[in-house]
Write a protein that binds this ligand. Structure first.
Ligand SMILES: Nc1ncnc2c1ncn2[C@@H]1O[C@H](COP(=O)(O)OP(=O)(O)OP(=O)(O)O)[C@@H](O)[C@H]1O
Length: 382
């Protein structure tokens, strides 16, 4: 590995366009040699986690900056596309709640993306992973994470041109800085939406449990798919439960099914993660359940926009909320074929971020997904 430092040459050849907006947010091209040295040769000890794209390593540059380096695991057209999309999208976005680009390295043999290191890791590790026992995420922090993530999405949907749909909103893609400010990450699946286009039909990418039904089944993608995923994330933050749980009898249950049943019994307070030991704000609980209920409706047109979501989470009442005053959650059934593909299983992974969430990369909806020999293959892999 160490022999081929073909990547990007040894000189700093290019800088991001936004340097004038503050040195802290600029990006540049890194050399492979630099990243190799920063990560101690991509040592296993430096590994922060692994996703579909490849592994992520902690590192420190020669000028003392702590970074996270995402290293493509194999060079194929699919992975190349994801790399290109992520770098392209990251180059366009700038918001306190979006994990921006610190740099990249693209040579003949390597593709690497460099981000700022987020010392409090992912939301997933706090809710279900190795940090969950420490219960650092009290109610106030959870609300901060909810509002911040929603603001990041609001920016993508309404403020950047062309608009961007993230398509993979989930707990492992929300990273936390030293103040527990959330930063939405992982733009490899993002879609740029040309002006005037309300929705597009596309291959399904994302993670089962968070996928909007119209997207999972028919590949119909619009901003409201992110709104649906955000609703699931919000329920996860409130309840501390996973989007899909495997019950002792082997049956899989979605978080919306569980919440729906609890609300039917009017057990609102019992919805809150027991780890919080009853320490939560009742008004905020009601508001956030209401937002989540609106977001996870199966009809995309009935879901709120992220602007509306942010307003309600910040305590402002909106007229349209009247349609869902009684806090009813509509649970969506994905269908047995899709649920069978969930690989959540028993892995309540305490040791790392990997593997305790079901990343399913379906193609063209459930029927096609069922036909795939290996459902966990990523798109585009032959
Ligand atoms: N900037 C960062 N700072 C700290 N940890 C990070 C950073 N970026 C990624 N990680 C860690 O590395 C793990 C792997 O990230 P990655 O985005 O590759 O995959 P994922 O989101 O877990 O899975 P998927 O590929 O299915 O989206 C994350 O869960 C996170 O804990």
């Amino acid at each position: 590995m160490g022999s081929s430092f073909s990547c990007c040459g040894d000189e700093k050849v290019e800088e991001g366009p936004n340097n004038e907006m503050g040195g802290g947010n600029s990006w540049r091209i890194f050399t492979y040699k630099e990243l190799y040295a920063a990560t101690n040769g991509f040592s296993e000890n430096n590994k922060l986690g692994e996703g579909g794209f490849g592994s992520v390593y902690w590192g420190k540059t020669s000028d003392g900056l702590q970074i996270a380096v995402k290293k493509l695991k194999s060079m194929n057209s699919k992975a190349e596309m994801e790399f290109a999309v992520e770098v392209e999208v990251l180059g366009r976005v700038r918001h306190k709640n979006l994990l921006g680009l610190r740099g990249y390295c693209a040579g003949n043999e390597q593709r690497l993306i460099v981000y700022d290191y987020m010392p409090n890791l992912s939301l997933l590790s706090h809710l279900h992973g190795h940090l969950s026992k420490e219960v650092q995420l009290d109610w106030k922090k959870r609300m901060k994470v909810a509002i911040g993530s929603a603001e990041g999405l609001l920016y993508l949907h309404h403020e950047v041109t062309p608009h961007i749909i993230h398509r993979d909103i989930k707990a492992s893609n929300v990273l936390l800085d030293s103040n527990f400010e959330p930063l939405v990450a992982d733009f490899g699946f993002a879609k740029l939406i040309p002006e005037g286009v309300s929705h597009m039909t596309t291959r399904v990418k994302g993670t089962l449990g968070y996928l909007a039904p119209e997207y999972a089944m028919w590949g119909k993608v619009s901003e409201s798919c992110d709104v649906y995923s955000f609703g699931i994330l919000l329920l996860e933050l409130i309840t501390g439960r996973k989007p899909i749980e495997k019950l002792p009898n082997g049956i899989k249950r979605t978080i919306t099914e569980w919440v729906e049943a609890m609300i039917a019994k009017e057990k609102f307070k019992d919805l809150v993660d027991p780890k919080l030991k009853g320490n939560f704000d009742e008004f905020q609980l009601k508001q956030s359940i209401r937002v989540a209920a609106l977001c996870v409706q199966s009809e995309p047109d009935k879901r709120p926009t992220m602007k509306e979501v942010v307003s309600i989470l910040k305590g402002k009442e909106m007229n349209f909320v009247k349609v869902n005053q009684n806090l009813r959650i509509q649970s969506v059934k994905y269908g047995d074929d899709l649920m069978a593909m969930d690989q959540d299983d028993e892995s309540n992974d305490e040791s790392s971020d990997q593997g305790n969430e079901s990343s399913v990369y379906g193609v063209f909806g459930a029927m096609e997904m069922q036909k795939m020999q290996d459902p966990y293959k990523r798109f585009g892999e032959k």
